[in-house]
Ligand binder design. Structure first.
Ligand code: GDP
Ligand code: MG
Length: 873
């Protein structure tokens, strides 16, 4: 596993082994030798210990912790592009400026420190002057050398002339000799020219150096002036606590002008220029670069490392020093990242992911318009076949289509009903899935929930579910007792059963309106609508009609001809055709708008559902939309959201709900552990529910947000997400859609098959005791495609391994509709009539289950393993 030795860890953390061992002992960890492996739990324990100790040592006031003086050094590189005439290449010049700033906390500025600053600046000036003096010395040497060379050359030339004169008497010089002579003179000229050039360059350098001296002097003067200023203000108590720049920037200047030292070669031979020490440079000492590191709310370790231009391993190491075990792909929160960035000497710039959004959105509209009453938005929920669709259809037929002639009625997921007292908007999204899906995205779209209960059937599992959903969303309920036209209708039974789950009718002293209706005859529908309006008056639902519209996406689809089509529900303001809207991560200009009757409209107000054309993509149901002034803002925000959602997803995948509960407990808050419990049978649900709730203590409240019978579906996962709950599957499994959501959103899901295990584990988790000793792991899943009868083995399931590996020796469970129906062993595992030990995903096999002959097509065979989990010491 990930265990490493104490020695390695010490090396990683950068602490001497013996000291590290000492720390381990202090933390109460029995480690005999440095070569012993250290487990993750032990690491954690050590880190907690160190953290605690660190906490003790930490300064007790923020003020004391604030640095009195901060020196920041920053290097910025940029490129200057020099364009030339068309057709020619442009020239790029790299410019590098190194800045060094010292910030001194104003309240702490003392004369002494000022003096020090000034002296430092002076010292820098002196250094520069020395450098310049050195260069001048060099120039002088060069000039001397040049003079000497010149004199020598002249002397040589003189000697030569004399020699030649003497020779003329004897013979004329040969042609070759003549040539050599001219060559020599040319070489001499060349040297002279070079020397002249050098002199020029040196002169330029001297000027440059002088200019720089002047600049430094200016800085010194400025520093002195600042000092006076600060001296004047610094004494003032309660002066703004900010940092003051006392030493300015300084450009590193490269004197790259090549000073070429020349050596005279053999006498009278053409001279060659030799590059001895080609460059003479002087540079300011390069300090570590301090970067401004923008830290969003969540950041992945590798991204942070990149922002600081260091290796991720370094970040991990530093985090370990700070008491955190992370991996390269792990996401950390802003606080941690900030500490780390500071630790590494950079400057953290905190960025709230909402900052930009809030800022941008706030700039959009500041005006507050008068609030006006708006129609309630109503969702209908209830058990299957109790008449949700019929009720919606009846209302729609009689109230909507009739009113608007000629319109082609189309399904847009919501519609408005107008009455003498006002309008009601119905969300035509039957079932809880849509409701919870929206709520999971934080959209509280619904104002009132109608729970439909068939009078001849009474309260059923989904009725209870609906009640739970409405309750956890805090939305008022109105009960519609449907099918009262039926002879066996028993409305009182419905009342009793609902009262039993705390939905108490008004006439029984409760606060819930119960209306008897028939979706078939239309009886009671008026009363139902009246009840809705009454409820909405109690709720005092209001919204501004003026201003830029905002609201929620109810549903969206991709139409082949029209492109993305979204149904939005306006919550406030008025949406006009032609406006730019932003829907989650999508945006676009509203090309056309239609109401629920397919009629093109130009504008729509609060509580009105409309179909909108013109978006860049299909947004998700439940996402917010709003009108923005222009496309640029829309695009920027859309991109920002995309990035944010990516990071949040990442963070969600990591943050374990249990960890959260734990940290809240540590912080002394009462934590609530929300659970969604799904079981195979009602009996185990009741038993579990009761025992789990009893686990509540002073520190932790255990709350079963929802308990139900059957496999874990998407609705359950959404509910867990919305209520920040852990899902417990007791002898049931999550279906594909739920699994997808669970892994995407990082929802905690635990499977159990023994009630005691559930209780025990939850108890241990909330008391922070220890990890369980034995954990179950699903190794593989095979889907039954066919069932054969074999005289030897009985029923043989022809399977396709859909996930993981099926191993013959491991225990198995047979699942039907995600509920465990049998637990046992495999009798045989075969592939092409051959016995084999294991079969991998994507392959077919024949499975015989020991002592079980009831396998059916569609069942799943789950192979699991019990893994031992190390106990903490
Ligand atoms: P949903 O599953 O809740 O949407 O229920 P439906 O609206 O599909 O209704 C289920 C069945 O009950 C259908 O056959 C309807 O015709 C019937 N039904 C719905 N409401 C009434 C009612 O008020 N009276 C009678 N007699 N039948 C109804
Ligand atoms: Mg239906």
């Amino acid at each position: 596993m990930s265990d490493i030795t104490v020695r390695q860890l010490a090396a990683d953390v950068g602490v001497p082994v013996d000291k590290f061992m000492e720390q381990l002992h202090e933390a109460g960890l029995a480690v005999a030798s440095a070569d012993e492996a250290i487990s993750d739990e032990e690491k954690l324990k050590l880190l907690n210990f160190l953290r605690q100790r660190h906490g003790k040592d930490a300064p007790d006031s923020i003020d004391a912790a604030l640095p009195k003086r901060v020196t920041l050094k920053r290097r910025s590189a940029s490129e200057l592009k020099q364009s030339r005439a068309p057709g020619q290449l442009s020239k790029t010049v790299s410019v590098e400026v190194r800045k060094k700033r010292t910030y001194v906390k104003r309240t702490e500025v003392s004369d002494l420190e000022q003096q020090r600053e000034l002296e430092q600046a002076k010292k820098a000036l002196e250094e520069q002057q020395q450098q310049i003096a050195a260069e001048e010395q060099l120039i002088r040497e060069r000039e001397q050398e040049r003079d000497r060379l010149k004199a020598e050359a002249e002397a040589e030339a003189e000697a030569e002339r004399r020699k030649q004169q003497a020779q003329t008497e004897e013979a004329r010089p040969t042609a070759a000799e003549k040539e050599a002579l001219t060559e020599e003179t040319a070489a001499e000229k060349q040297v002279q020219k070079e020397l002249d050039e050098e002199a020029k360059k040196l002169q330029a350098m001297k000027l440059e150096a002088e200019r720089k001296i002047a600049k430094v002097a200016e800085r010194v003067a400025e520093a002195a002036r600042k000092k006076q200023e600060v001296a004047k203000q610094g004494k003032k108590k309660g002066a703004p606590d900010r940092y003051e720049v006392v030493a300015g920037k300084k450009s590193a200047f490269d004197s790259t002008a090549g000073l070429k030292r020349k050596k005279r070669k053999e006498r009278m031979r053409p001279r060659k220029v030799v590059d001895a020490d080609a460059k003479h440079q002087f540079e300011m000492p390069v300090a570590p670069v301090v970067r401004e590191v923008v830290i969003p709310e969540n950041i992945v370790v590798s991204d942070l490392a990149q922002k600081m231009s260091i290796k991720a391993a370094e970040v991990i190491k530093q985090l370990m020093k700070l008491g955190m075990m992370v991996t390269i792909n792990q996401c950390m929160d802003q606080d941690t990242a900030t500490i780390l960035v500071e630790e590494l000497g950079h400057k953290p710039v905190l960025q709230s992911s909402d900052d930009k959004e809030i800022e941008m959105l706030a700039s959009l509209e500041s005006k507050e318009y008068a609030l006006q009453p708006r129609a309630p938005i109503v969702t209908i929920m209830g058990h299957v076949d109790h008449g949700k669709t019929s009720l919606l259809d009846y209302i729609r037929k009689t109230r909507v289509a009739a009113g608007e002639s000629g319109g082609i009625t189309q399904h847009i997921g919501a519609y408005q009903v107008k009455t003498g007292h006002g309008a009601v908007t119905f969300l035509d999204t039957p079932g809880h899935a849509a409701f919870t899906a929206m709520r999971a995205r934080g959209a509280q779209v619904t104002d009132i929930v109608i729970i439909v209960v068939a009078a001849d059937d009474g309260v059923m599992p989904q009725t209870k579910e609906a009640v739970e959903h409405a309750r956890s969303a805090g939305v008022p309920i109105i009960v519609a007792i449907n099918k009262i036209d039926k002879p066996d209708a028993d409305p009182d039974r419905v009342k009793q059963e609902l009262a039993a789950i705390d939905v108490v009718p008004e006439d029984w002293g409760g606060d819930v309106q119960f209306i008897k209706v028939s979706a078939k005859t239309g009886e009671g529908i008026d009363e139902l609508i009246e009840a809705l309006i009454l409820q909405s008056e109690i709720l005092e639902l209001k919204a501004p009609v003026q201003g830029m519209a905002s609201g929620f996406v109810i549903e969206a689809r991709l139409d082949k001809g029209l492109g993305p089509v979204a149904t939005v529900l306006i919550q406030k303001g008025t949406l006009e055709k032609g406006e730019i809207i932003l829907c989650g991560q999508q945006f676009g200009r509203v090309r056309a708008m239609f109401n629920e009757n397919g009629k093109a409209i130009k504008s729509a107000g609060p509580s009105q559902p409309v179909e909108v054309l013109g978006l860049s993509g299909t947004p998700q149901a439940g996402e917010e939309f709003q009108v923005v002034p222009n496309e640029r803002i829309a695009r920027e925000l859309a991109e920002h959201r995309e990035e944010k959602s990516r990071l949040q997803k990442h963070a969600a995948q990591q943050a374990s709900k249990l960890d959260e509960v734990f940290s809240k407990m540590e912080a002394g808050e009462t934590a609530v552990l929300n659970l969604v419990v799904k079981t195979d049978v009602q009996g185990s649900l009741e038993a579990l529910h009761e025992s789990l709730v009893k686990l509540s203590s002073d520190e932790v409240t255990v709350k079963v947000v929802y308990g139900g019978v059957g496999g874990i579906n998407e609705g359950d996962a959404n509910l867990a997400l919305a209520s920040n709950a852990i899902i417990i599957g007791f002898n049931v499994r999550a279906d594909a859609a739920a699994r997808k959501l669970i892994s995407e959103k990082g929802i905690d899901l635990y499977y159990y098959s023994v009630i005691y295990d559930v209780i025990d584990e939850v108890k241990k988790s909330i008391t922070g005791m220890m990890a369980p000793e034995i954990k179950e792991q699903i190794v593989g899943i095979a889907e039954v495609r066919d069932v054969f009868r074999s005289p030897k083995f009985g029923a043989i399931a022809g399977c396709m391994v859909s996930e993981g590996v099926v191993k013959r020796n491991l225990p198995i469970r047979v699942l039907r509709d995600n509920v465990v129906i049998y637990e046992g062993q495999l009798e045989s595992l075969r592939r092409y009539k051959e016995d084999i030990a294991e079969v991998k995903a994507g392959m077919e096999c024949g499975i015989g289950v020991k002592n079980y002959n009831d396998v059916k097509v569609g069942d799943q065979i789950e192979v699991f393993e019990r893994v031992e989990v190390k106990r903490e010491i």
